[in-house]
Design a protein around this ligand. Structure first.
Ligand code: OSB
Ligand code: MG
Length: 372
């Protein structure tokens, strides 16, 4: 098992990158990606992690402020008590803290990157993935204008994205899908409701069965698992859970109740890469497809999502899209780009393979502190 001797330094940054276009979901409109970044250094080698939280608690209760509090006040102090430790030991210690998975994931990610760089191997190898290109997928926000949406779908389809996800909300669902399917009868299409509906909306949700959707993501309440089992029994479209699945236990509950047929694993939401791997292994064993979601990550978080998808069981295209559709400038040296067949290459090199550009970091940072 790979070990780290001890941690020497921990630096925290917040960068604020403008989005190319505002990103609208049923819960918010995002115009910037404000990302909390961690740099952990040991023996002169540094690893980077990105916390997937936003400044606001509209997707989940964690925010940049809560994660900064948990990281500084609890996770790093725990880390500093350890000598010659493995990732497994760190995660066991972190289990004492309840919730705050996104904060834990940011630290875990930085440690994995650091470990892989110290052992001079790519991250996918460290986590047990295999060298391969991964599938791409795009998440298109809610648009005021139908032509605008159709244009975005056309662009994504021309780029050969392996599937297209559109965000829906009440009043922007059945009619929108009618138009989309008229123009694009054959694209691989799915929708994400971000917890917009209740079981009282069953008459709307049933109508979605007509559109040959790969799945509907998180139709009901953000922390519900139970009621989704009633919904799944009444609709043909596979339900995929995102917000509701925060750990392996949630995944077990959802599968035993029949609440979903697919799980979106966001490694940040479930506490990191190793926790994701455990959920993936469980789902694969139960014949449940998983895919890797996204949180508008910068190049750092995006790289972790790519490495994650080299694990077996990530059989469905996820939300890994090109950097350029969100950012004109990123803070790492290798933007994510699609190959002509829509596939994405693993960034080459040790660790995540991406390196932070200090000039960009300086220009986009709105906060910096050495926290250890
Ligand atoms: O529900 O999957 C979601 C972005 C922010 C918060 C929640 C979600 C999303 C996305 C975008 O759908 C995924 C991405 O491209 O990173
Ligand atoms: Mg989602």
């Amino acid at each position: 098992m790979k070990h780290l001797k001890k941690i020497d330094l921990v630096d925290m940054y917040v960068v604020r990158l403008p989005l190319v276009k505002p990103f609208e979901t049923s819960f918010s409109v995002q115009t910037h990606r404000e990302a909390l970044l961690l740099k952990i250094t040991s023996d002169g080698v540094s690893g980077w992690g990105e916390c997937v939280t936003a400044p606001d608690p509209f997707y989940c209760y964690e925010t940049n402020s809560t994660s900064s509090h948990i990281i500084k006040g609890f996770l790093i102090p725990i880390l500093m008590t350890l000598k010659n430790f493995s990732i497994e030991t760190v995660l066991q210690e972190f289990d004492r803290i309840r919730g705050h998975n996104m904060a834990k994931a940011a630290v875990e990610n930085a440690l994995l990157d650091l470990l892989a760089r110290q052992y001079e191997m790519p991250l996918f190898q460290l986590i047990g993935g295999k060298h391969q290109k991964i599938m791409s997928g795009i998440s298109i926000g809610i648009k005021d204008d139908m032509d605008n949406l159709l244009e975005s779908i056309q662009e994504a389809s021309d780029k050969k994205y392996h599937r297209i996800k559109i965000k829906i909300k009440k009043g922007k669902d059945v009619e929108v899908l009618n138009s989309v399917r008229k123009t694009f009868p054959f694209i691989r299409l799915m929708v994400d409701a971000n917890a917009e509906y209740t079981l009282e909306d069953i008459h709307i949700l049933k109508q979605l069965d007509a559109f040959d959707l790969m799945m509907i993501e998180q139709p009901l309440n953000y922390d519900d698992i139970y009621l989704h089992s009633f919904l799944q029994k009444q609709i043909d479209t596979p339900v995929c859970l995102d917000e509701s699945i925060k750990n392996l236990n949630d995944a077990k509950t959802a599968l035993s109740l029949g609440s979903c047929k697919i799980i979106n694993i966001k490694q940040g939401r479930v506490g990191g890469m190793m926790k994701s791997k455990a959920i993936q292994a469980y789902c694969t064993d139960k014949n449940i497809g998983v895919w890797s979601g996204g949180m508008l990550e910068t190049g750092i978080g995006r790289a972790f999502n790519i490495h994650l998808q080299t694990l077996p069981g990530f059989v469905l295209p996820g939300d890994t899209s090109e950097t350029s559709r969100y950012f004109t400038e990123d803070i790492v040296d290798k933007p994510v780009a699609l190959e002509p067949d829509g596939l994405i290459k693993i960034p080459e090199g040790t660790g995540t393979g991406v390196n932070v550009l200090s000039e960009k970091l300086d220009r986009f940072k709105i906060f910096y502190a050495r926290i250890m």
